[in-house]
Design a protein. Structure first.
Length: 570
């Protein structure tokens, strides 16, 4: 083979996969395997333990799901039916959102062989007794978080002695999310011989610890690829803002003037700022939803599901790296007991929550860092939500003066050099003076978002979850007065939405943007054909009849006041 000859890429149909799996892959619209799938699937089919590292959105889930399904089908062909159904594969993930996502992917891949391969997600139910009937049928694949799987094992609903494949997905988050003790408790229940897969976006000390605990002479797949997609697929920009108000002004102009198209993810660094930005945008009828660790997991899963279905175009989210930071107004460097409690509380609050990692937001066109991330790794994980697979994406970061050092560090690490021409985050050329006409609107909207209204908005989310909770349904049936109080003690609208703020006056639109603006215009009145002479005569006749039937008092009011006016001399 010549040096310049490119090796041929192995396709799915060349891997020896079952026709039913190939049909499911075709139904998903996958034309060829990704780099991690091309490397991992053949080794997995040969029975090798695999430690794989690949960037977010590279198809790691399918890289272990496809060979597991294939080998389950092979085993069922070669073994007799006398052995019965057995639990053959266990997939451990760090959060319930990721558990549901892995379950959906597994269901799509077994859609054409569902009668032969079964799967269950145990992470959505905290009561082990409710899943006992389903687990008694011994599904082939069990998916869940370590804590939920351990609960099923302790309840004797789940027998792991027949396990043949063990997967730890997003392994670098398993320890950081507090599952170390659960994993150590699960380890004695695993059989001596099983094939293991560990997938991760980064290789950390926690991953090395799992490697020693789980794997046996593994093959390490560390793909030599950049942390983010190529520049031809992902376009990255940064824009400098002099003040905090400039950020709100710019996001208003970008969204209201339709300068940003498609579905977007807006990232902020704290939960309070999450609601502050949401309430600000709602005043201009820019409706969006929030995603943070305070929301119950059912709401978080529902928000992601509706976003993927296209019911929402904008999500304002925090990521897990920001939730353990101190508030913005905390400037002291001296550790105190109060600060220690606050950090501990926030770490507990962020357990099993992750937006910038793992969750598969589908068809995200734009990622906007309204607050610049605290670390380069957080930036990579945020921006990795777009330009997934073979889709295009755009990332835009707002940068204040005090965040310039963070920007320079990101530029340096992502480019591999300090040269200006190699910087991946290009300057976003936007003339702020052209949108100065909107500043008075934005300042008025910012002033109306007070701390009280932010607190009311956060309470409203919790109140709504309580009213919709299935677990509290029985309680409210027994205590109807509590339900009555909860419903009638609802908070008012946190910020009044003004109808006139929905539309953008034409005189405020910058001349250079008028051709691009596609705002909602008034619907023109429909022109009707002129009535014929017979129709006119009929209408006049009906009008005279109606006038004659009027009460004399109203009939007098319809007379011409200039003709009926009489002057009476006193």
């Amino acid at each position: 083979m010549e040096d310049d000859e490119v090796p041929k890429k192995v396709q799915f149909h060349e891997m020896g996969l079952d026709n039913r799996i190939l049909k499911s892959i075709a139904n998903l619209g996958w034309f060829e395997p990704t780099a991690i799938q091309e490397k991992a699937i053949p080794f997995a089919l040969d029975g090798k333990d695999i430690l794989s590292r690949a960037r977010t959105g590279s198809g790691k889930t399918a890289a272990y799901a496809i060979p597991i399904i294939q080998r389950i089908l092979n085993n069922k062909k070669s073994t007799s039916s006398d052995e019965g159904q057995q639990i053959r594969a266990l997939v451990l993930v760090p959060s319930r959102e990721l558990s549901k996502q892995a379950y959906v992917m597994m269901q799509e891949l077994i859609s054409c062989c569902s009668q032969s391969v079964s799967c269950i997600d145990v992470s959505h139910e905290s009561n082990p007794e409710l899943l006992r009937p389903l687990l008694s049928e011994k599904p082939d694949v069990v998916i869940g978080t370590p804590s939920r799987v351990l609960a099923q094992v302790n309840a004797e609903n789940l027998d792991l002695s027949t396990l043949q494949w063990l997967v730890m997905d997003e392994a670098d988050l398993l320890f950081s999310f507090g599952y170390e003790d659960d994993l150590k408790s699960l380890n004695p229940h695993f059989p001596n011989n099983y094939q293991a897969f560990i997938t991760s976006a980064t290789f950390t000390e926690d991953v090395e610890a799992l490697k020693k605990l789980i794997l046996h002479n593994p093959i390490t797949l560390n793909l030599n690829e950049s942390q983010l997609p190529a520049a031809s697929q992902l376009t990255q920009y940064h824009v400098f803002n002099e003040t905090e108000d400039d950020k709100y002004l710019l996001i208003y102009a970008l969204l209201k003037l339709k300068l940003i198209r498609g579905k977007s993810l807006l990232f902020v660094n704290t939960v309070n700022r999450c609601y502050r930005l949401k309430l600000f945008l709602e005043q201009f009828s820019i409706f969006c939803c929030v995603l943070n660790s305070e929301l119950p997991v059912n709401i978080r899963c529902h928000v992601v599901e509706q976003y993927n279905q296209g019911l929402y175009d904008i999500i304002i989210a925090t990521d897990e790296s920001s939730l353990i930071d101190l508030p913005a107004n905390e400037t002291t460097n001296k550790p105190t007991k109060k600060m220690g409690k606050m950090k501990k509380k926030r770490k507990v609050q962020s357990k099993e929550y992750c937006v910038s990692r793992g969750i598969d937001f589908q068809n995200v066109s734009n990622v906007i860092n309204f607050d610049f991330p605290k670390t380069v790794q957080a930036y990579v994980h945020r921006v990795g939500r777009t330009a997934r697979g073979d889709k295009m994406g755009t990332a835009l970061s707002f940068v204040l003066a005090e965040e310039m050092d963070l920007l320079k560090e990101a530029q340096k690490q992502l480019s591999g050099s300090g040269e200006e021409e190699d910087t991946p985050l290009k300057p976003y050329q936007f003339k702020m003076e052209e949108i100065e006409g909107f500043r008075y609107r934005c300042k008025d909207a910012i002033r109306s978002v007070t701390k009280t209204r932010i607190r009311e908005a956060r309470v409203k989310e919790i109140r709504r979850e309580m009213l919709n909770s299935e677990k509290l349904k029985t309680y409210f049936e027994e205590n109807p007065n509590d339900l009555h109080v909860l419903r009638h003690d609802a908070v008012s609208q946190p910020v009044k939405v003004k109808k006139h703020m929905k539309n953008v006056p034409e005189y405020l639109i910058p001349p250079t943007l008028k051709s691009m603006y596609t705002g909602v215009k008034a619907t023109p009145k429909r022109s009707l054909p002129a009535p014929s002479h017979a129709v006119k005569e009929k209408r006049h006749k009906q009008g005279r009849q109606r006038t004659g039937q009027l009460n004399p008092k109203y009939k007098k009011q319809m007379e011409d006041p200039l003709k009926s006016f009489k002057y009476v001399k006193k």
